[in-house]
Ligand binder design. Sequence first.
Ligand code: DHB
Length: 516
Amino acid sequence: MALKPLALSGLALALSASLTAAEVPDLVFHPEIYTVQSAELNGRTIRYRAYEGLVTVKHPVDTRYETLNLFVPVEYFEGKSVGTYSAKSAPILLPNSVGGYMPGPAGRPGPGFGGQPNAALVALSKGLVVAAPGARGRTLTDAQGHYTGKAPAAIVDLKAAVRYLRFNAQRLPAGDTEKIISNGTSAGGALSALLGATGNAPEYEPYLQALGAAETRDDVFAVSAYCPITDLDHADMAYEWLFSDIHTYQGQRFPPMGGPGGPGAPGMAYPGGPDGVPSRPPLMDPAKMPPAPKQSMTATQVRQAAELKRLFPAYLNSLGLKDAQGHPLTLDAKGHGSFEVWIRAQVVASAQRALDQGQDLSKATYLRITRRKVTGIDFPAYLKAIGRMKATSAFDGTDLGTGENSLFGSATLNARHFTAYGQQHDTRGGTLAEAQVIALMNPMAFIGKAEVQVSAHWRIRHGAADRDTASAVPSILALTLQQQGKEVDFSLPWGQGHGGDYDLDELFAWVEKTCR
Ligand code: DHB
């Protein structure tokens, strides 16, 4: 590229400002339209070309979200390499900004959660190309008041973004579209996993065609998923398998649309979305959250917790999971067995790693530590220490009151059920979402299907102190992938609550190893 980036950036700005979505319906990427931007990272200036607001589909439903921001390190326009990567070989990080299954706008490099540099900025500093996709979410409506971001909108938008990149592979100034690495946290982690588990699945085709997505592949090379809130149709039973003996709860869940304190309610504004549209709620920084009151579950909730717990062993056993040595992981009717032993071993291994790194674990009195070795754990006491965050039902609320109920709404209904149990115990005249739509949000429904291209490389993290979903949920995902021959790096970081992007140096070391 002969043009000097700085010389062009004025022209680029003018062009970019006059370009409307209606004028770029052809999905063709324009390499000449960009700005040069920079951001500080630990005293270092990271410079990159920014191609922002790229509309990823021909017939967008909401151009505030069906867009992509592309960022490319300036070195790649100067014939240089960055670390081990060149313009041609640089992997493409695809970080979504979805939280709470709310709309997530296309992101940009800068400060992230808790003021730390975000994954996009650190990725650029290490020579990755960053393609930050937006995605619709459960609270969006059109001018007629119809919902436009209910399931499966967000995953369809992410797939459309991947297709846009592949469709433009030869026009992109840098980046290897066969090395796309998805990243996300919580609901965004679930979508990241779903993207990796459903490559080219025909079930999404009608939705992609309706949007006018590029007609090409949507599989991705690798997945990074932090605390994925996934396998929603089995998350309640998994939650109660762990927490049913704990009858108090403390924490905030994403407020449902229109509910008390929810988006749209007076005085509630979520930062971050374009045009004042609510996006990721400020849930992710526990340190900055007001302490939630401790509440007691009702007698009905306690009874339903026990009922849901009893449903879990049959589900778990139906998966036919095995550990790395090929031993079956199962549960008896009471919820005990080798799967339980495996989960405990993950927590013990996490504590051991923390100990080996010099962390003080003396307050974790439920651990048995002998000569700097973690030799055992009082698991019920550990669960009590981390506590229960959500009352029963944690996900499919009998009152349709959760964010997940809202995710499974329809064009005209804000919220629906997505489990047989939730529907059977409904207290609000609720209805059940279509089985196909529920499956479209669950990676477990696709892994192992012949016509699906599942990512070969996975990095899954769930904090050992995270109670937003049961650790059994990401564990089941990791074990299923491992059994399918995928490379899976799974752990439960010690002391870590609900959050993501907290170990970016390790994440990008994993990316480099994976791409080598
Ligand atoms: C998120 C957290 C939750 O507890 C949940 O149920 C869904 C999403 C989140 O942080 O994205």
